[in-house]
Each structure stands twice: as C-alpha cells, then as structure tokens.
Design a protein around this ligand. Structure first.
Ligand code: PHE
Length: 343
C-alpha cells in the first residue's frame, strides 16, 4: 500500500508525495487549481535525478495545465502527476498502484498520457482507476494525434501572421508520439523537415520514414530554418538560446518550452514569433476533456479554434508591445480571476 504525504505548497491546491516500496512506485501528484473544474493532466514518467527535480516538474507542469485549460475554454482545472523511473520500479504493478491512488481522489484528478507513458502503462493504470484516458475509450495515439493537430493549427496562424511563404523548413526537437505525428502533418502539408531525438534509433526511423534530415538534439533549435518545433522536454529555450536562435517562429508541442519569461521577452525583442506552448499544445487535453467530461465524440472543430486563438493573441501582443508568453499568462489569469468567487 502506497504511503501518501500531503505537502503544503504555495500557489497549489493540493500536492501529494507518494511511495510504495512493494512496487517501487515513487512520485507526486500536483493539483494546481480546480476553479474551472476537476484537475486534468497527464502522467509523466522520467528518470529524474532527484525527488526535488520531480516535484519541481510536477508543480510547473500542473500550473501549465491550468492555463492550458483556461485558454482552451474547458471546464477543467490543472494537475499533473510525475513518477520517478528507476531500476527498482516494477512497472505494471507500480502503475496499477498509482491508478488506485488516482482513484482515491474520486475524480478530483483525471489523468492520461504524457512523456514516457506507454499504452501498457495506461492499461495498468486502468486496473486501478476509472479516471484515466485510456483504451478502450481513448487510444494513446489518438491523444498524441490531437495534440499534433492543435500545434499545426497554431503554426498555421503563425505562418499567416508572419507572411512566410513556402518553401518552409521546420526543425523538430523530439520525434516521440507527438513530435512524429506533427512531423507527418507538416510533411503532408509540403514542409521540409529536420528531425532530432536523443534516442538514436527513433531518430533514424523518423528520418527514413518521413523523410527528414537528421540533426543533433543539442543543436537542432539553432538550425537556420523558418520554424523550430520543440516537441520533447521543457526549459529548452533560455535567454542565451533566445539570443542565438535563427528561426523566425517557435511553435512546438513541448510543455514549458521557455526556461523563463525573460527568454520570451528576448524572442519578442528579436521579432521571433513564439506560439505560447500551452495555447497550441492543448489538443490532447481538449480531446481528453471533451471525451470524458463533456461526452463529445469528436473534437476536430475545437482543435481548429486554436488557429483563431493564436492569431488573436499574436495580433494583441504586437498591438500592445508585450511578449506572447506574458500575454498568454495574463489572459489565462484573467479567465481564472473571472471564475473565482469574490473574496
Ligand atoms: N499530457 C497532456 C498535456 O500535457 C494532457 C492530457 C491530460 C491528455 C489528460 C489526455 C488526458 O497536455
């Protein structure tokens, strides 16, 4: 049975630390804000170097989910779970125990796939809880595909706003489930691709299948291309990288792409369009939320709205002379503020 501890964290409604020695399950569930509805957010599994790193990631990611849901106009709040991957983890049993923990929250937290999660992991979770987006109702690939389609709508808005004309090359960092789905969409829409991944086999497969030109994961964001699409982990654009980027547009599926708001300011000052990550990568959440909370079987029209939202945000940011990242935060906070009961 998992040992669960409630942590007090400023700015978060509820944070749980848990460990289950029988299965090697270790991790955190962070419920950031449920003003707009139950907390939705994927579960990430990653070999974090320390518990502090894992907790910090859960806190950042859950906050981004609140903002993502707010801008997507969904009746849900933000949460996220992170599990620490380590050699002693008995994967299937650990995910099942984790599912039971999610079940104990009685629907306050609803989860689905995020970085590192396989279809088998989701299946193991469903043995412990109903509150997970998994087969037979939703397929892992379906959620990834929806995220990619949303990013594509966001990118279309960036391209229209900037007036960039083909040929357009997109450099993708990370060709996992979402990165690869996005790459296919871009290819089908006539773009040239540069792909990179820290997993060499995955990158080779992507380059051969798409096709795409291979790049080093640490250098791909510096490529002299029109668009860079970070589709792996967060924090990849800091102020130094923002100063040396050569692309005109940054639009990808990764969560928390900017290492700091200052990095967003540098991009804005340099005239590089940054599509706020949680605005354009909301497709998976939209799919999960609409399917499970709103009982809608199709979400493609909702995904299309990402185009108009992105365009409006880019126009307003230009008119006001603020970074797109700061404006997105401001808009999400305004929506939450309106929904909160008066003090
Ligand atoms: N992992 C998805 C994201 O970061 C969120 C998600 C939550 C997807 C619940 C499906 C179900 O946006």
């Amino acid at each position: 049975m998992a040992v669960v501890e409630q942590l007090k964290v400023d700015g978060h409604e509820q944070v749980l630390a848990f460990r289950d020695d029988a299965t090697g399950l270790r991790g955190f569930i962070a419920i950031h804000d449920t003003t707009l509805g139950p907390a939705l957010g994927g579960t990430r599994v990653w070999p974090y170097a320390s518990e502090e790193d894992a907790l910090a990631d859960a806190l950042r990611l859950s906050r981004a989910m609140t903002y993502k849901a707010a801008l997507a106009e969904l009746p849900c709040g933000g949460g996220k779970a992170v599990l620490i991957e380590h050699p002693g983890m008995k994967r299937a049993a650990a995910f099942e125990a984790f599912g039971r923990l999610v079940e104990s929250l009685a629907g306050r937290f609803f989860t689905g796939p995020d970085v590192g999660i396989t279809e088998d992991d989701l299946a193991a979770m469903t043995r412990g809880t109903r509150h997970v987006a998994a087969q037979p109702s939703l397929h892992h690939d379906d959620i990834s595909e929806h995220t990619a389609i949303g990013v594509w709508h966001g990118l279309r808005a960036c391209l229209d706003f900037s007036g960039l004309k083909p040929p357009i090359t997109v450099a993708i960092q990370g060709v996992g489930s979402v990165g690869m789905a996005l790459a296919r969409l871009l290819r089908d829409n006539g773009m040239n691709l540069i792909a990179s991944d820290t997993d060499g086999a995955r990158m080779a497969r992507a380059c051969a299948d798409l096709p795409a030109q291979a790049a080093d994961p640490s250098e791909v964001l510096l490529a002299a291309v029109e668009v860079v699409a970070p589709c792996a982990l967060g924090g990849v654009i800091d102020t130094a990288l923002a100063r040396s980027l050569r692309a005109r547009i940054v639009c990808g599926s990764a969560n928390n792409i900017l290492a700091s708001p200052k990095a967003g300011d540098v991009l804005a000052q340099r005239g590089i369009l940054y599509a706020p990550d949680y605005l354009v990568n909301a497709g998976g959440l939209i799919r999960g939320a609409e399917f499970h909370l709103l009982k809608r079987t199709d979400s493609h029209e909702s995904l299309e709205r990402i185009y108009a939202r992105t365009l409006t945000l880019l126009e307003q940011a230009r008119a006001r002379g603020v970074s797109t990242a700061r404006l997105a935060d401001e808009m999400a906070q305004a929506r939450l503020g309106q929904a909160k009961p008066a003090p």
